[in-house]
Design a protein. Structure first.
Length: 196
């Protein structure tokens, strides 16, 4: 009977990382009694956050209006990694758990502010497979280097990471191309000159 292939899970990624240092796989992420497994899990989360912060086809949003509370404050979703204020709109920055105008230091608004671009942090299982594979392989290389520091294994895993990134980057490029984006219509400076 053939086993159905599914996208890489967090458990599979952690086990791949453990395998990179010759450790036995674990069967449950809820009971991370193994120190190496715990470090692998933390490394995977850190690398996922690092990779996603750049902004990719799957975690970027071109416009987002924040919700204004009754007292005029905005508590932005914690999953925002990066935002760009709307051009000509109120300058915005996330400080701790609130949205602030960095020019004035004010954290109250008269109207719900809008960002022209937001990058979201997604859970590992919400990522497309190419992103999961790249993140898992990158995390495995970093984890293996920290735990063992073997130059021989590092070379193999670095090549593996490069191949995974090529697939991941190609999927991003295909999506951007399909949307019709390019340097002429994506750059606000070029758009300003074009629209004069």
């Amino acid at each position: 009977m053939a086993m159905e292939l599914t996208p890489t899970t967090t458990l599979e990624a952690v086990n791949e990382m453990l395998g990179a240092i010759g450790e036995t796989p674990i069967s449950d992420l809820e009971a991370l009694g193994n120190v190496d497994a715990s470090i692998a899990f933390d490394t995977l989360r850190a690398v996922s956050r690092e990779v996603q912060t750049k902004g990719w086809w799957f975690n970027e949003q071109e416009s987002f209006t924040f919700t204004l509370s009754a007292d005029g404050r905005v508590l932005p979703p914690q999953s925002i990694l990066k935002l760009t204020p709307a051009r000509g709109g109120t300058p915005l920055v996330v400080r701790g758990t609130r949205l602030v105008n960095p020019r004035t230091g004010e954290d109250t608004f008269t109207a719900a502010p809008t960002a022209s671009y937001v990058v979201w942090h997604l859970a590992f299982e919400e990522l497309p497979e190419s992103a999961r594979r790249y993140i898992a392989i990158r995390a495995a290389r970093i984890f293996q280097t920290k735990q063992l520091g073997s130059d021989q294994l590092y070379v193999f895993n670095e090549d593996h990471e490069r191949e995974a990134f090529a697939i991941f980057g190609e999927e991003h490029a295909d999506f951007v191309y399909a949307r019709g984006h390019n340097f002429l219509n994506d750059s606000t400076d070029v758009s300003d000159i074009w629209n004069r």
